[in-house]
Write a protein that binds this ligand. Structure first.
Ligand code: F0G
Length: 325
C-alpha cells in the first residue's frame, strides 16, 4: 500500500461526498514564500495545471453519481482542460466550447489529448457560455461551469489549505474572470469562522486586466447592475471575460471581507510574471496579475509587507508557451 495524497478530499466532512470519487489527487498544493510577508499558493501543481481540478473532481464525481453521460463546459481553456481530463477519468463524454483563436496552446492540447469533443465558437468566452447553457437547458449535457455549485465547493479547499499552512493571512489576492473562485475561497474562510476555528476572514482582493474589467467597474461605481465589457481584451486570456456570471457572489466576497478590486495592465502583468519566474515560479499571465496587483497596492500603501498576503497563482506557465517572448 502506498500513502495516498488526499488533497481536496481530506476536507470531505465539509464537502459533498459522492459514493465513488473521481480523482487525480487534486489539491494539496504548496504555499511558497516569495518575499517578506508574501506567499504564492501554486495551483499550477494540480493534475491538469490549474485550480479548476479541485472543483472538477467534486463536480464530475457527482455527475457520475447521478448517471449522466455527457458533460459540457464553456471555457477560456483551463476549465476545458480539467473537464476533459476528469471526463476521461470517469468515462464521460466531455463537450468543451472554446472561443475561436483565443485559447492558449497548452490548454487546447490538453482538451485534444484527453479526447474531448471540441466546439470552436465565434466570439468571446461569454458567447461560448451562452451556447453551453443552451445545451444544458436542452438536456443534451450536464453543465460543469461554475454556475454549478459543486465546482465552487471543491475550490473552497484552497482556503482550508492556506489556513492549515499559515492560519489567516491579512490579504488574499485572486485573479477574477468568471468570478467564481474569489467567492469560493471567501466561502472557505467564512465557513472556518462559522465553525469557530478563526475569528476573521482575510481581505479578498480581486484583480482584473484593464481591458477586461467588468467587475472592477461595477464595484467602483457601486452599480446594482453588472457593467458588461463588450469586447474584452488582455494578454491574460484565462480572464478575458466581459460578463462574469458569478459577479454578485464575487461582490459579496469582496464587500463582506473588507476587500477591494483592482486593475492592472498587460505590461504590468508581463513584468510581474518575469519577476516571479526569476524567483523560480512559472505561472500563466492571468495568475501573474496577482503579483502585479500586489506591487501596485504596496506602492500605493494600500497594503504593507508587514501584513501577510497570499497570491493565488491559479495556473501553470506551461499552459501558455506562446506568451513567452
Ligand atoms: N486564473 C486562471 C488561470 C483561470 O483559468 C481562471 C478562469 C481564473 C484565474 C479566474 O477564475 O473565473 O473563477 O474568476 N478560467 C475559466 C476557464 C474562465 O474557462 O478556464 P474565475
Amino acid at each position: 500500500r502506498y500513502r495516498r495524497r488526499l488533497g481536496v478530499w481530506s476536507y470531505s466532512q465539509l464537502l459533498p461526498e459522492p459514493k465513488n470519487r473521481v480523482t487525480l489527487n487534486e489539491g494539496g498544493t504548496p504555499l511558497i514564500r516569495i518575499s517578506k510577508g508574501l506567499f504564492g499558493k501554486f495551483e499550477g501543481l494540480n493534475p491538469t495545471g490549474s485550480f479548476k481540478d479541485r472543483g472538477m473532481a467534486i463536480g464530475v464525481s457527482l455527475a457520475k453519481a447521478i448517471g449522466v453521460s455527457n458533460i459540457v463546459v464553456a471555457s477560456t481553456g483551463n476549465t476545458a482542460a480539467s473537464a476533459s481530463a476528469y471526463g476521461a477519468r470517469a468515462g464521460l463524454r466531455a463537450i468543451v466550447l472554446l472561443p475561436s483563436g483565443k485559447v492558449a496552446r497548452g490548454k487546447l492540447a490538453q482538451s485534444i489529448i484527453h479526447g474531448a469533443s471540441i466546439m470552436s465558437i465565434d466570439g468571446y468566452f461569454d458567447d461560448a457560455l451562452t451556447e453551453a447553457m443552451n445545451m444544458f437547458k436542452a438536456g443534451k449535457a450536464y453543465s460543469l461551469n461554475s454556475i454549478n455549485a459543486w465546482r465552487l465547493e471543491g475550490q473552497k479547499s484552497i482556503a482550508y489549505e492556506i489556513y492549515e499552512d499559515i492560519k489567516v493571512p491579512d490579504n488574499v489576492i485572486v485573479p477574477v474572470g468568471n468570478a467564481g473562485n474569489i467567492y469560493a475561497i471567501w466561502k472557505g474562510f467564512w465557513e472556518l469562522m462559522q465553525i469557530g476555528l478563526i475569528d476573521k476572514v482575510p481581505r479578498m482582493i480581486g484583480v482584473q486586466a484593464e481591458g477586461a474589467s467588468p467587475l472592477y467597474e461595477t464595484w467602483r461605481r457601486g452599480s446594482s447592475e453588472l457593467i458588461e465589457v463588450k469586447e474584452p481584451k488582455t494578454v491574460a486570456s484565462a480572464i478575458r471575460i466581459g460578463k462574469p456570471v458569478n459577479w454578485l457572489k464575487a461582490l459579496k466576497a469582496v464587500n463582506n471581507s473588507g476587500g477591494l478590486l483592482v486593475t492592472v495592465n498587460d505590461n504590468e502583468i508581463m513584468i510581474a510574471r518575469g519577476r516571479l519566474a526569476r524567483r523560480g515560479i512559472f505561472v500563466e499571465p492571468a495568475s501573474a496579475s496577482t503579483y502585479a496587483a500586489y506591487i501596485k497596492l504596496i506602492r500605493n500603501s494600500v497594503i504593507s509587507n508587514d501584513e501577510r498576503t497570499v497570491l493565488v497563482l491559479t495556473g501553470h506557465g506551461l499552459k501558455d508557451p506562446d506568451s513567452v517572448k
